[in-house]
Design a protein around this ligand. Sequence first.
Ligand code: ADP
Length: 192
Amino acid sequence: MSENVYLEEFTIGRGEREGLLNQKGIVIWFTGLSGSGKSTIANALEKELHKRGKLTYVLDGDNLRLSLNSDLKFTEEDRKENLRRVGEVSKILVNLGVITLCTFVSPIRQDREETRKLLGNDYKEVYVNCPFSECEKRDPKNLYKRARNGEIKNFTGLDSPYEAPVSPEITIDTTNTTVEEAVERIINTLNL
Ligand code: ADP
């Protein structure tokens, strides 16, 4: 933490921005195994919200690891730092009044709780629940195959843990819920 740095106060705040947009900022945090359906559902949700005139933004695990977080690996410490940065970026977006969709495996409960603490009531967790065996069958990015071959280390569900949420705002089981149903559930539950 730097010394001699003080928080500056500005006149235009979140309320003014939300007024301009005619919407409330919120962070919808999708957690689940790779291939469970986080990006697919977030993409469909964003399309629907955009159609309804809402300003949205998706922070995606893979995309951010190619940019802001390209210096980070998949060790426990780097995963933590990955999520800390994402939390801070989400905080900026939510203060802009944006409906922010975050798609991160985010396997460690404590790390998600840190994000919840940072964002408070703006943080809404969606647990995209799908069994490991089904995710492995889908394997949309060929990651499971590569992890099984030993090409990827610290792969969640294989040689790195996934700690399921205890009390998420929403749970979606993608083995028995369609993408459209998931979108409708999220919009209705969170009053978007
Ligand atoms: P993640 O972002 O969690 O890694 P993806 O969204 O990239 O997962 O991949 C999920 C895969 O599962 C996609 O190929 C998608 O088409 C498929 N899928 C099948 N059924 C569903 C469903 N009900 N909800 C979401 N995805 C589903």
